[in-house]
Write a protein that binds this ligand. Structure first.
Ligand code: PBG
Length: 323
């Protein structure tokens, strides 16, 4: 045998020498859930180790992440049911929990990279990402609200706006609103290929944001489709996106790879709540080795082609020095 591939695996030093993929703190974005009040830190039942923080505790949490070299955060609000309405007006109210949180984070930690989520669902009495009329999710009417939301985030200091709603044309619309208002430096990380997935369940528990009727299949993508992801990615690129995201991550590694091969833009992947819940449940049962399972997951997502990884594991992998 001339070729014996095992020679390059024979010692730890050689294995590390030939390792093709490395995940580092710089690649990670940590999603954080916010609730109203003070001194709040409530665990999400389906996401052990993940909490909803009131703003005071959010600042403490971010400070401890920054010390670990974790510098990017994606914020999501748990909005009181009484503040929700059909048009998600709470999403751009100046004193809303979410806008106050963005301002506080940027005031205290100007060096942190704050990613903000643009979509109606946490603020919508219908629990959908768009305006609902007679059971139908309206597209163009929703864009106006998304534009107001994105502008409000930019005014509070958001570094990256991440539209997760899947309305057609929203990247171009938001880019236009940002530019007209002088926010040409605010980036857009588009949820380009966002699938109608079962794996968002724990997230909807965290935010109490599940749709009040029906499902999200008229706007989120069919899990069976790969080529359609290219249509979405190409449009978002033409409309001015700075990052293209695939979501969820693990069941869609082929889509990450496909988009990576068809764009020069950085690709992001969202290792979503259900993926986290699945791993944690198995670990709690003693069925998986925690460190090995989690680092393998993150490495696989990177290997598939994602440069930025949104993951609830971000802090623990750095705290435990697993990378
Ligand atoms: C909603 C949104 C969702 C997630 C991020 N933004 C859920 C949904 O579309 O219902 C899911 C993230 C996760 O599961 O971790 N705009």
């Amino acid at each position: 045998m001339l070729q014996r591939p095992r020679r390059n695996r024979k010692s730890e030093v050689i294995r590390q020498m030939v390792q093709e993929t490395h995940v580092s703190a710089a690649n990670l974005i940590f999603p954080l859930f916010i609730v109203d009040g003070t001194f709040q830190k409530t665990e999400v039942a389906s996401m052990p180790g993940i909490y909803r923080y009131s703003i005071d505790n959010l600042l403490r949490e971010i400070e401890s992440c920054l010390k670990l070299g974790l510098n990017s955060f994606d914020l999501f609000p748990n909005v009181d049911e009484s503040l929700k309405d059909q048009f998600a007006t709470e999403s751009y109210r100046e004193q809303s929990l979410y806008l106050r949180a963005i301002r506080e984070v940027k005031k205290n930690f100007p060096e942190a990279c704050v990613v903000t989520d643009v979509a109606m669902d946490p603020y919508s009495s219908d629990g959908h990402d768009g305006i609902v009329k007679d059971g139908v999710i309206l597209n163009d009417e929703t864009l106006e609200i998304l534009g107001k939301m994105a502008l409000a985030h930019a005014q509070c200091g958001a570094d990256i706006i991440a539209p997760s709603d899947m309305m057609d044309g929203r990247v171009g619309y938001i880019r236009g609103v940002l530019d007209e208002n002088g926010f040409t430096n605010v980036s857009i990380m588009s949820y380009s290929a966002k699938y109608a997935s079962a794996f968002y369940g724990p997230f909807r528990d965290a935010l109490n944001s599940a749709p009040k009727f029906g499902d999200k299949k008229t706007y989120q993508m069919n899990p069976a489709n790969q080529r359609e992801a290219l249509i979405e990615a190409n449009l978002d690129e033409q409309e001015g996106a700075d990052f293209l995201m695939v979501k969820p991550a693990l069941p869609y590694l082929d889509v990450i790879k496909l988009i990576k091969d068809n764009t020069e833009l950085p690709v992001a992947a969202y290792n979503v709540s259900g993926e986290y819940a699945m791993i944690k449940a198995a670990i709690q049962k003693g069925w998986l080795n925690e460190q090995r399972a989690i680092t393998e997951v993150l490495t696989s997502i990177k290997r598939a082609g994602a440069t930025a990884i949104l993951t609830y594991h971000a802090k623990e992998v750095l705290e435990n020095k697993w990378l």
